[in-house]
Design a protein around this ligand. Sequence first.
Ligand code: 5GP
Length: 144
Amino acid sequence: MLLAYFREMEDTIFTKIVKGEIPCAKVYEDEKTFAFLDISPVNKGHTLVIPKKQVEKFHELDDEDAEALMRTVQKVAQAVAESFGPDYNIINNNGASADQIVPHVHFHIIPRKDKSEINLEWSTTKYEEGEQDKVLEKLKANLS
Ligand code: 5GP
């Protein structure tokens, strides 16, 4: 129990970057957000945008941090498009089954040149008769 508490309090590698304890190639910084080049880029200019506050998943951010983060994502996307061409992906992974490795919210902004650089294929499913209504009901009941 105590161990779990201390593990939660541990700084992520991205918090260490924000604090300047680990070097990075900084692209942008403001009061609430930080952007830096990914160390293993898909393409040159691949940038990570993060909240300074250490939060694991996107939906756990408070409104102010979420809004600030989205503004910075848009700002950096604009710079990426101007610098490297108009095509890019914005990718945000949440949780292990969604391929999140670093447990600190981050948006990848990835300049794209060719479809072969990332495999974004996914399998699809179908709604059974009446199932869509139940799914809608569930989602709407949980909107805050
Ligand atoms: P995830 O798979 O969690 O969405 O992506 C984590 C990303 O963080 C990866 O693309 C990885 O290259 C990047 N990354 C991990 N450690 C560091 C680091 O120390 N510095 C930088 N600049 N990027 C990192």
